[in-house]
Design a protein around this ligand. Sequence first.
Ligand code: KIV
Length: 274
Amino acid sequence: MSTQSGNGARRVTTGDLREMKRRGDKIAALTAYDYLFARVVDRAGVEVVLVGDSLGQVVLGLDTTVPVTLDDMIHHARAVRRGVERALLVVDLPFLTYHVSREDTLRNAGRVMRETQASAVKLEGGSPEMAAMVSALVGAGIPVMGHLGFTPQSVNVTGVRVQGKGDGGRERILAEARRLEEAGAFAVVLELVPRALAEAVTAELSIPTIGIGAGVGCDGQVLVLHDMLGINTEFRPRFLRRFAEIGDAAAAGVGAFVQAVKQGEYPAAEHTFE
Ligand code: KIV
């Protein structure tokens, strides 16, 4: 099945991602939170644009994703939608919007789909209860991406650490991944897990795995845009490669503006209407 964007371009579908896994083609995914960056990311050729609830930290200045609301997600996803023509647009369901009851989960995910025109939602965890929510969402026509390993919405319980290290942890994550696939998820994000475990999950599932801090053996990779562009200058975890230094460039540009204004050097004649 294919879908079309407003300008007639063919959009990436969940079926395309599965086909990419089958062919061994790597999937590139990045987050976006606003219109202009969404356009940059989409035009660069990523297959998935994720409106992550990491917007809590990188856009709203919060310490964790926990305080992010459904309205925050919808507000940003609507802007991102306008910038994405080709990629599959996935929106995170925030903390406690998919735990309380099946009805509540369907209502909240339904709002995201209707109000943002996203193609899918993402949720965290792989317990039997969560698999039941995934299956209800998929049954209602809402594609779901899973998220296992370190799940940021549970940071107050787990802390930030690599997950699935011991035998028990490894088996738990493998079981959760199988459960999500059986429930109908179309892909699973694996965050902060050892490379060997990510490879085992990737080999076992027929749906794609998208890694972040999970090594090169996943079917694809995702990063938070502000981290990989070096906008968030203080954030330097081991798994992160910075592909640009936009934070430093922005600070230099703003500093140059302040100086030029104070020295009366800006605006110059060419910026002035006589
Ligand atoms: O919120 C987010 O940005 C995410 C990615 C880190 C996968 O969930």
